[in-house]
Design a binder for this molecule. Structure first.
Ligand SMILES: Cc1cc2nc3c(=O)[nH]c(=O)nc-3n(C[C@H](O)[C@H](O)[C@H](O)COP(=O)(O)O)c2cc1C
Length: 220
């Protein structure tokens, strides 16, 4: 909140410099305008981060592959230990795969599938991004987490909803009946599915869940 307030104050100051004629030269007006633009961009990024929520209901509308490609590029540009990139990312938008593995899920978890809102095991999303890590690289769970967050923030910026799903990935990784679907992901030898990301056009706008601000503090 403090950071947000400083940004807004800086924005107002820059705006005043331009409007009150404090900047006498064209150059300083341009510099002020550039810093306003920079602050505006920063504000949009922060608002996007703060507005992201896990979405668990999606419209049937498919997500274009160009859009998903953009998400993947944002993902793989995440910081990662020694740039080892110890991840394998797979996109599934094929309804045969999604519905097929969901049938297996329904047989194993009949109670969960009985929910009238249940359409598929990925919170009803039309596209799923699977993220696997190389357990040999000790930083890989952190690296994959950062990749996932980049994808989810980029998706939010593009009007898409997402939900990080640990349970769906664990199901595919650990359920013998789902082995053929794990194999179809064509992961490198030794890699393990860590989580997947449901992606789609949101059909709900969930409120933010409470956050415990005392978990993050300054130490003097
Ligand atoms: C590693 C991880 C695993 C998660 N697994 C699931 C899951 O299996 N099912 C689900 O509905 N949500 C899952 N979530 C979403 C969390 O429940 C959600 O992020 C959390 O409740 C905070 O809500 P928000 O994302 O709307 O801020 C997972 C999130 C993370 C980071």
């Amino acid at each position: 909140m403090k950071l947000y307030k400083s940004i807004v104050s800086a924005l107002c100051l820059a705006g005043m410099m331009v409007s009150c004629g404090t900047s006498t030269t064209q150059q300083s007006v341009e510099a002020a305008a550039a810093s306003v633009a920079e602050i505006d961009t920063g504000k949009v990024v922060i608002e996007t981060i703060m507005a992201r929520r896990s979405v668990r209901q999606y419209k049937a509308r498919p997500v274009g592959r160009d859009t998903v490609q953009m998400l993947l590029e944002c993902g793989i540009n995440a910081p990662n230990g020694m740039n080892k990139q110890p991840w394998a990312v797979r996109v599934i938008d094929n309804p045969d795969y999604i519905n097929g593995v969901t049938e297996v899920f329904k047989q194993v978890n009949p109670k969960m599938a009985a929910d009238p809102g249940f359409k598929n095991m990925f919170r009803n999303a039309p596209t799923v991004i699977f993220v696997a890590n190389d357990p040999v690289a000790s930083s890989s769970p952190v690296d994959c987490g950062l990749l996932g967050e980049n994808i989810m923030i980029a998706a939010k910026a593009l009007g898409l909803g997402t939900c990080c799903l640990g349970s769906s990935a664990a199901f595919i990784q650990n359920t013998p009946q789902a082995a053929e679907y794990l194999e179809k992901l064509d992961l490198p030898k030794g890699y393990k599915l860590l989580f997947c990301i449901a992606v789609g056009y949101p059909d709900e706008s969930p409120a933010a869940k409470d956050r415990d601000t005392s978990k993050a503090k300054f130490i003097d």
